[in-house]
Write a protein that binds this ligand. Structure first.
Ligand SMILES: [Zn+2]
Length: 191
């Protein structure tokens, strides 16, 4: 099993986790910026992290005896693919259409068992939508697996949920930002 320190190291070195002073898209300020895609752009790191997540699921007494892994596009696709590779099962994904996640490329069979996989959860809305898709097809959700849980324990699903790392985002209104108070210049992440 990897230590949290090692996982954090991978996220920092790959540029997924940045320390500094950021103005987020929401207009809030933060001393940290997280962009999961930056670690997933390296296939070997994606494989390493997802293998570890599978280890965590198995040590959590989850047999992972499933027919497939399902994830919401786009963010969940690489994680879902890598977990499926690790388990030796298929991976399917749901796509956004008119603001709603739908399954239009693959068929879910009645009675099949799935793991729902996602890269990052903040409120967990996309995971919930994916769970609905599985249940509406008459299939079963065995577990939820996410690389990073940023929900601070707020995203709860009715299925066992596993994450590699939990990081709670700390954000400030610009007027109350301690970094602004110190006169540190902020940057817009991703640009
Ligand atoms: Zn600030």
């Amino acid at each position: 099993m990897m230590e949290q320190k090692e996982i954090l190291g991978i996220l920092k070195e790959s540029g997924a986790l940045l320390d500094g002073h950021f103005e987020l898209r929401s207009g809030l300020h933060s001393d940290r910026y997280f962009q999961c895609a930056n670690v997933l752009r390296y296939p070997r790191l994606a494989a390493k992290l997802c293998d570890e997540l599978v280890e965590i699921m198995k040590s959590g007494k989850n047999q992972c005896k499933v027919d497939g892994v399902i994830s919401p596009a786009m963010g969940g696709i690489i994680v879902g693919h890598e977990i499926a590779r690790s388990l030796g099962v298929k991976h399917i994904f749901a796509e956004k259409q008119d603001g709603e996640l739908v399954m239009h490329r693959f068929q879910i069979m009645k009675g099949e068992k799935y793991i729902v996989a996602e890269d990052v959860i903040t409120r967990g809305g996309r995971v919930l939508e994916t769970i609905d898709i599985v249940e509406e097809a008459g299939a079963k959700v065995e577990a939820v697996a996410v690389l990073v849980d940023r929900s601070g324990g707020k995203a709860r699903f009715t299925y066992p949920t596993y994450s590699l790392l939990q990081i709670e985002p700390v954000t400030y209104e610009p007027a109350k930002c301690p970094l602004c108070a110190k006169g540190v210049k902020f940057v817009h992440p991703g640009s």
